[in-house]
Design a protein around this ligand. Structure first.
Ligand code: UD1
Ligand code: UDP
Length: 404
């Protein structure tokens, strides 16, 4: 069996890591059918600090194909990815393609595969902000609807897909609802089962979050790998971390100024470390950041993964519009203020570790006891740290030549 996996933006390299490791583990098992794994890098992110640093630090293999797409308008970037991924797929003829998240690389690759009749497996399926002005919302909705297997990170994501009419739903290993038009032969996971999957009869699987898989392992060694506190002269628990890169924040007039004023006020003179995304750097250059942020806000280039995790783990507060960073704050038990009007990661809000900044600014403040868990809630809500193992198991079950 052969799969092509497509990554192109910073968080996708991180999400790819546990899946590629699980494939290696699978291939080492005696008697296991071999899974050939081909990595394609679209080139959407290309600065060393946005791309190669993750390959070097995390030991990710060199991609077999580097498409070199680079930055462009949405249409042009997505279109180039579509054209170039199609060429790769035509040459490789994989049994399935795996795409991650909600970037232009995700939708470009998914569309190329769907139009060639190659099944799409979407990792991080079912997330919704219900804000169609977000480019990511368009990408994730469309990707889900051309996918054959939808790997959800959470129960809320599964429910979103059920609400959109997805019929064949696996939750915690149980087939909980079945598309009436589809004869799903038997329970998924039992040997010898067969799934007739296709775009018209997709399968939704709740597997957990691959980012939690990575964090679980990496946070234990980040302290050995990173000297970020020493480099920046920081003491644990004495500083906050800030990241901003959403188009709605960088490209809306007056929004960066509004956020800067909020950050200045919230920090109240205490240190804030701000690894600046290239999109944001370009916008700040036009705005003169010295006037926006007070001196306690330390602007630094984008960080490697271990530096970022160690920085987050030792911080007292996170302010971010990043999806990945919101979850990492939650898993590392650091209070987070999300610099957006809504979030797809609703479990982080429900747990009390995360709050939307409008609510915080309107006087609600952080909950008195962040970390309070409503009865029945699990802290992770995003699986048990082996989402990638489940993904690989499901891919083999569904697409291996004997079964498909
Ligand atoms: C993209 C994703 C977003 C994801 C983010 C992760 C889309 C629509 N958005 O946003 O969902 O959260 O990645 O970081 O796919 N740039 C550089 N160097 C680079 C990469 C980008 O300078 O290596 C600059 C360019 O000016 C570019 C801008 O950043 O135009 C935006 O990059 P782009 O990949 O289009 O979107 P992101 O904001 O990174
Ligand atoms: N990240 C990083 N260095 C940074 C900023 C973020 O390694 O300077 C990591 C972060 O820890 C998380 C991922 O990148 O694992 C999140 O990516 P990003 O915020 O770019 O995108 P999003 O998750 O919002 O799609």
């Amino acid at each position: 069996m052969k799969i092509v996996q497509v990554a192109g933006a910073r968080p996708q390299f991180i999400k790819y890591l546990p899946v590629s490791s699980a494939i290696r583990r699978h291939n080492c098992r005696p008697g296991a059918a071999f899974l050939e794994n081909i990595l394609v890098h679209t080139g959407q992110h290309y600065d060393y600090s946005m791309s190669q640093v993750f390959f070097n630090e995390l030991g990710i293999e060199e991609p077999k194909y580097h498409l070199g797409v680079g930055s462009a308008s949405h249409g042009s970037q997505t279109g180039q990815i579509l054209v170039k991924v199609e060429e790769v797929l035509a040459r490789e003829r994989p049994d399935a393609i795996v795409v991650y998240g909600d970037t232009n690389s995700t939708i470009g690759a998914a569309l190329a595969a769907a139009k060639l009749g190659i099944p799409v497996a979407h990792v991080e399926a079912g997330l919704r902000s219900r804000n169609k002005e977000m480019p990511e919302e368009i990408n994730r909705v469309l990707t889900d609807h051309v996918s054959t297997v939808l790997f959800c990170p959470s129960r809320a994501a599964v429910e979103n897909l059920r609400g959109e009419g997805f019929g064949n739903v696996m939750l915690n290993g149980e087939l909980i609802s079945v598309d009436p038009g589809e004869a799903v032969a038997a329970h998924y996971g039992e040997s010898g089962t067969r799934h007739k999957t296709g775009i018209s009869h997709p399968l939704v699987c709740n597997v957990g979050d691959v980012m939690y898989d990575v964090l679980n392992i990496a946070s234990g060694i980040a302290g050995e790998k990173s000297d970020i506190l020493l480099r920046l002269g920081l003491s644990s628990g004495q500083y906050s971390v800030l990241t901003i890169h959403r188009a709605e924040n960088t490209d809306t007039e007056g929004k960066l100024e509004e956020i800067a004023a909020f950050v200045n006020q919230t920090a109240n003179g205490a240190t804030v470390v701000f690894p600046v995304h290239p999109r944001t750097r370009k916008h700040l250059e036009g705005l003169s950041p010295k006037r926006l942020f007070e001196e306690n806000v330390l602007l630094v280039p984008p960080l490697g993964y271990f530096d970022m995790l160690w920085l987050l783990k030792n911080s007292r507060l996170v302010l971010t519009d990043s999806g990945g960073v919101q979850k990492e704050a939650y898993w590392l038990k650091v209070p987070c203020i999300t610099l957006r009007d809504e979030t797809e990661w609703v479990e982080t809000l429900q747990s009390g570790w995360n709050i939307l900044y409008k609510e915080y600014a309107s006087g609600q403040g952080m909950p008195a006891k962040p970390g309070f868990l409503p009865p029945g809630a699990e802290l992770t809500s995003y699986g048990d740290g082996d989402a990638a193992g489940r993904i690989v198991g499901a891919l083999m079950e569904i697409f291996s030549k004997e079964n498909f």
